[in-house]
Design a protein around this ligand. Structure first.
Ligand SMILES: Nc1ncnc2c1ncn2[C@@H]1O[C@H](COP(=O)(O)OP(=O)(O)OP(=O)(O)O)[C@@H](O)[C@H]1O
Length: 289
């Protein structure tokens, strides 16, 4: 990220409440004061339990869902009034793609391609080969994983500046998944795109993401560079009278066991009996105890 880079996507104290059919009942708060900024070249892995608000966050960024307060800046615009130019620079793969039933893959791609002036046909061909897709096959006869592969090609072959992928690899086999995740990172670096992808596969996320965003019940609990995670997030065993520094963020606490984000302020603390670094999966488990 260069200092002069403009944010590609910015959430500012965003709140989202889904209404209920019962007018007297309080709505269901799904995003809570959520702030986060994505710059070009960032590949942000979004992690959270089922129902944490990941899909909602992406839908809000696209203006598919309105927010209740705060603001969002998507490619310099407000999501509810995105220009055609901005839309042409966004790639989105929802959890359940998609359309193009009745088309063969090549006809579907031909139509889809016509919407994007900067479509990279070489990239498209390369990915068709990698995903082993037969372009004469009918879209409605594709397996779930094959459909997901096609949706990814359709969202990425025009090298969007912003790529939102909702569990993009959930249905891909391990080989396709590994290749795709590598490509994703290359694409972001080559094209200066910002990528926000949700996944429950923490090992994928650790391998390709530059940053991790961890959402718990609509709150952004952690947003950090992957490389800083092991250094800065620690599981501490403390004694009763341990005073943790005020610049530490307590992420969770169970009795004498505290999960902290040192926020780059490592200190020797009196009373800490044990200190442990965690991988992403361990961190996730610890946060949801
Ligand atoms: N259109 C809607 N109307 C009312 N509630 C909704 C709507 N869409 C989602 N929700 C609720 O909002 C919460 C967050 O849903 P969301 O789909 O954003 O979660 P998620 O983190 O993407 O989950 P998953 O990992 O299961 O895909 C859930 O409790 C869900 O039931």
């Amino acid at each position: 990220m260069e200092a002069e880079d403009k944010p590609v996507l910015q959430f500012n104290l965003v709140n989202k409440i889904y209404g209920t059919t019962d007018k007297s009942a309080a709505g269901h708060k799904v995003l809570s004061d959520l702030s986060m900024t994505l710059y070009p070249g960032m590949v942000v892995g979004l992690l959270g339990q089922n129902g944490a608000g990941k899909s909602t966050l992406m839908r809000c960024a696209l203006g598919i869902v309105d927010i209740d307060s705060g603001n969002i800046n998507t490619l310099g615009e407000s999501p509810e009034s995105l220009s055609i130019e901005a839309k042409q620079r966004i790639g989105y793969v929802p959890q359940q793609p998609f359309g193009y039933e009745g088309f063969t893959i090549d006809k579907a791609l031909e139509l889809h391609r016509s919407f994007y002036s900067n479509w990279d046909i070489a990239l498209e061909q390369d990915w068709l080969k990698r995903f082993d897709l037969d372009v004469t096959q009918a879209v409605q006869k594709l397996s779930v994983g094959q459909r997901q592969s096609l949706a990814l090609i359709m969202a990425m072959a025009y090298r969007p500046s912003l790529l939102l992928l909702d569990e993009p690899v959930a249905s891909l086999d391990p080989i396709a998944r590994r290749q795709f995740m590598g490509d994703l990172f290359d694409l972001a670096l080559d094209s200066g795109s910002a990528v926000l992808f949700s996944s429950h596969i923490t090992s994928d996320l650790e391998r390709v993401a530059s940053h991790v965003a961890l959402i718990k019940k609509g709150e952004l609990v952690l947003f950090k560079e992957i490389d800083a995670l092991r250094e800065e997030v620690k599981l501490l065993s403390i004694s009763d009278d341990t005073q943790l520094p005020s610049n530490y963020k307590i992420l969770s606490q169970t009795g004498q066991t505290v999960l902290v984000d040192t926020q780059g302020n490592p200190e020797v603390i009196v009373g800490v009996q044990n200190e442990k670094s965690l991988n992403l999966e361990q961190l996730f488990m610890e946060l949801h105890r």
